[in-house]
Write a protein that binds this ligand. Sequence first.
Ligand code: GDP
Ligand code: GDP
Length: 455
Amino acid sequence: AAEEGFDLEDVEGAIEEAGHGPLPVLAVVGRPNVGKSTLVNRIIGRREAVVEDKPGVTRDRVTYEAEWAGRRFKVVDTGGWEQDVLGIDASVAAQAEYAIEAADAVVFVVDAKVGATDTDEAVVRLLRKAGKPVVLCANKVDGPSGEADASYLWSLGLGEPHPVSALHGRGTGDMLDAVLEALPEAPEQTFGTAVGGPRRIALIGRPNVGKSSLLNKVAGEERVVVNEIAGTTRDPVDELIELGGVTWKFVDTAGIRKRVHLQQGADYYASLRTAAAVEKAEVAVILIDASESISVQDQRIVTMAVEAGRAMVIAYNKWDTLDEERRYYLEREIETEFGQVAWAPRVNVSARTGRHMEKLVPAIETALAGWETRVPTGRLNAFLGELVSAHPHPIRGGKQPRILFGTQAGTKPPRFVLFASGFIEAGYRRFIERRLREEFGFEGTPIHISVRVRE
Ligand code: GDP
Ligand code: GDP
């Protein structure tokens, strides 16, 4: 590294940064109008992201990346879903519950000017049951005179209320310091159980693609229900299912079975559930209804899994209904709509007839193997050296930027850091990704490539 003009410490820092696992997840929960969305905007440092959604308007995006004091984490925003037909208590509790389930820590927002309401108390009970670390945010404390209001919230029994004005930024720094203390360095749920425990699968897809049919087909009588939350009326969350002689954990299956007939906000609710399941899983099996055109919603679900860095399998369901014409158009659609994820193993199944169910497990295993692949540094650099001399970067402004060396900083999914002598264009980066895949496989997994340029 030194002779290539890179400082050894910079190199080590870059590798460490690129190698971090999945980010810890923070959920922001609370009643409507307490200022959750305002606070999320404050935390992620962007305005346009969340605020000014009209109630009931579909908003698929529920997780955002944030950084405070050099640490990065994800924020799950539950502010986009207004009250629904179930009545306000139930709806707040339900959405909070999903968000809390997927989170490593929770910010509970209360309107200090209003004080603790019955709905707030209901959320507190959920928080107690979930046992996740909680930071209590006493919001709308816009000036010193509001601090007394905040101190009343000690009565909630969640520890110190942090007086905050999400609107003006007052107190948010201290609150975020508390958040960092509450968040684990790396999310324990993702890697804590990886050794020896069952692998975690999220079966996801838009409504009516056949998730529940598929689950019933593969599970048969074998299912074992785990993770029941005592004292709630909710369905169980995760199920252990034996497939191909191996036990798998299907996460958040309650979301698949449960038929809550929501009107307003139902799409948002589904997105929140999908995001929560993906966060908890190692591999996402994305179910597509092959009898219908691939939709924007299908694409959003694929994007969600890719952005979360999960291994991925795409299963085209309802294959029994396809005629020759539909099969022809489906192939065209897959090429145009899913070209970016051509690396994902594909299975054509029918939950109704059981067609190709036996191909599901090998596809999942392939994807997980790709997700965990590690390329030794020597092999990687031999490959990079050949690639760079056979296909140099185009000359720009009389200079030719070169990839000097690289290393794989992490797995799950594979992450690479490349060190270069100048700016590497997006097209060349994509070329490198393509060649890496050709050379090393990485079937079923997104890969991350970051490039460091010598100063
Ligand atoms: P959510 O429904 O919990 O997401 O709440 P919003 O973020 O949409 O905020 C509800 C209302 O409270 C909006 O009119 C905000 O401008 C206002 N609000 C949010 N935070 C503060 C604050 O710190 N101080 C004051 N005075 N108003 C706030
Ligand atoms: P979910 O909302 O994704 O859980 O979808 P469901 O499992 O409830 O299925 C929606 C509808 O599609 C139901 O009427 C199922 O019977 C039907 N369905 C599911 N899988 C198949 C399949 O492979 N072939 C056919 N023909 N219908 C299916």
